[in-house]
Design a protein around this ligand. Sequence first.
Ligand SMILES: [Zn+2]
Length: 220
Amino acid sequence: MSGHITPDKAAEGLPHPLIHQEVVAARAPWSHAVRRGQTLRIIDLEGNQAVDFLLYSHADDAERYSFQDTIAAQENIFLRTGSVLRSNEGAPMMTLVATSVAYHDTIGGACSCESNTLRYGHHTKSQHACVENFLCENAVYGRNKRDMVPNINWFMNVPVEADGALGIVDGISAPGLWVDLRAEMDVVAVISNCPQINNPCNGFNPTPIMVIIAGADEQA
Ligand SMILES: [Zn+2]
């Protein structure tokens, strides 16, 4: 158990019943269905850990998270408490009901072997990356490269300067900070616990996270 958070403490404030609770290892992928009405909590156990995140409709995965629809509808590029994560059909998929972090990113994208090579040199080509995690985890559901879309980066700090310049700087997260997402439709959440070691998004040291699913299935 990392981060000195007991399982009971980690689930504090969540609705009942507890459906699922798991520590996702550093660098690993993860996915799970979240039914309408249930809450997915993600905990940054040790701090400064970017959690790359995609959402697909459980009923038909042609409907999936859309950062454009999300940003356009809320007229803001950051994800904060109250943000509604929308699909490519504009439908609410999940609501960010609460978070202990000031804001989260949805424009920085996911790291890949290719982008690592471009940014950090050819010697990084063999390093594991988020796109590979997403491809592996999505393959379980029969999805492939065509199903990759721009993602959310929970706990990642991507400031946007006045001239539009993007940064990837030290995280604004800390050990034990969390985000709570209530499902507005039946979804499958897919995570890459980011393995990046060439920039500060994980404090140069990828660490485990905890995921918890809780609450009644409104369709049960
Ligand atoms: Zn990554």
